[in-house]
Design a protein around this ligand. Structure first.
Ligand code: NI
Length: 246
C-alpha cells in the first residue's frame, strides 16, 4: 500500500506488523526521443509498488527531483544540486525513522543518486537504509542481456523504456529507429554512476539524448517481464533485510 493513500492509523498499524518501508527514488530528465521525462521515477515507483504488494509493506512517495545537471541542455529536465538532494533525502529518512521504521529500503532508478544517498546512509543510526537499484539483481540482468545485449547501453536504455511502455505509454521511435553510436568499454567504465560532463558538452556528444542505448528495441511485453522479475527480487531482498533488522 502507498503511504500517501494510507491514514495515520493505518500507518501505525502497519508499523506494528512490519517496520519496513520501500522508498522509490528516480529523476526528472530527458530519456532520448522515445523515453518519458519521468522514466527513472516511474520505473522505481512501479517496481516498488509491485514489490510492496508481495512483501505486504508500505511504499513512501517517490523522490523524483534529483541531480541530473548533465541533461539540463535538453528540455524538460529538472535538476537539483547534490547538496539539496542529500539534505532532502536525509530529512525524509529521518522522518521515517522517527515514526519507527527500522528498515528504509531505497529502490533507486537513477545512477547520480547513489553517491549522495550512500553518504547519508553511512552515518545513519537507529534504522537500516538499504540502497538497491532495480537493475542490481541477477534475474533482471539475465532479461536485460537476453533482450538487448550490449544495446542496453547507459541512458534511455531499452529496458527502462520497456517498463514505461508497459505501465504508461508507447512513443513511436521515429528517427531513433536507427541505433545510436556504440560506446567503448572505456567510456562506460569512466562514466558509470552518471559521471557525465557539463550539459552543453553532453548534448553535443549525444545529440538525441541516448547514451549508447538502442531505445527502439523496447517492447511492452519485455517491460512486464522486467517489472515482475525486479519486483520479485526486491520483495525477497526486502524481506531478508527486514529479518536481519530483528
Ligand atoms: Ni534512466
Amino acid at each position: 500500500m502507498r503511504l500517501d493513500n494510507a491514514t495515520w492509523r493505518e500507518v501505525e498499524a502497519a508499523l506494528e506488523r512490519m517496520p519496513g518501508i520501500i522508498l522509490p527514488v528516480g529523476s526528472t530528465e530527458q530519456h532520448g526521443p522515445m523515453g518519458l521525462i519521468g522514466t527513472d521515477a516511474i520505473c522505481a515507483e512501479k517496481i516498488a509498488e509491485a514489490a510492496a504488494e508481495k512483501a505486504d509493506c508500505l511504499v513512501a512517495p517517490t523522490i523524483a527531483y534529483t541531480p541530473a545537471p548533465f541533461n539540463m541542455a535538453f528540455a524538460g529536465t529538472i535538476s537539483i544540486s547534490g547538496e539539496t538532494f542529500e539534505a532532502l533525502f536525509r530529512e525524509i529518512v529521518d522522518s521515517l525513522r522517527t515514526h519507527g521504521f527500522r528498515l528504509i529500503y531505497v529502490l533507486n532508478g537513477h545512477g547520480a543518486n547513489l553517491d549522495p544517498m550512500r553518504d547519508v546512509s553511512a552515518g545513519f543510526e537507529g534504522a537500516t537504509i538499504r540502497i538497491r537499484s532495480w537493475w542490481d539483481f541477477d534475474t533482471v540482468n539475465v532479461l536485460r542481456k537476453r533482450y538487448y545485449g550490449d544495446w542496453e547501453g547507459m541512458h534511455a536504455t531499452p529496458s527502462e523504456i520497456a517498463i514505461t511502455q508497459a505501465t504508461h505509454r508507447i512513443v513511436p521511435p521515429g528517427d531513433a529507429s536507427d541505433p545510436p553510436e556504440r560506446l567503448t568499454p572505456e567510456y562506460v567504465a569512466r562514466h558509470s554512476g552518471d559521471r557525465h560532463g557539463p550539459a552543453e558538452l553532453h548534448r553535443r556528444r549525444f545529440p538525441d539524448g541516448r547514451v549508447g542505448s538502442h531505445s527502439a528495441l523496447a517492447r511492452p511485453e519485455h517491460g512486464r517481464d522486467l517489472l515482475q522479475a525486479a519486483a520479485a527480487a526486491v520483495s525477497e531482498d526486502f524481506t531478508g533485510a527486514l529479518a536481519q533488522c530483528g
